[in-house]
Design a protein. Sequence first.
Length: 119
Amino acid sequence: QLQASGGGLVQPGGSLRLFCAASGRSFSTYTMGWFRQAPGKEREFVGRISWSGSNTYYTDSVKGRFTISRDNAKNTVYLQMNSLKPEDTAVYYCAAGRGSWSTPDFDYWGQGTLVTVSS
């Protein structure tokens, strides 16, 4: 029901835009999150956006470089990644959750998309 796409190979300092498309149901009332998992590491939280799009929150390592937005009419969430670093290399996942804004329960997960930052 959630599918992340847009990954690929990019040079350090470059940009990439990821997409999370929902199908089968609307996630317009859900908090949407992005997560990533680097090779050999645990999955980590990247950021989230409120159902209306008015609130966002990011982990410190991506603040100022990544931006999450959404278009509820298109049932799509975006992750704009700028100034990419090799340490951003990971499989990126999107998820949908409900509950409190600060600690939503992410119940729906999509297939990931691989982002590789390398020269």
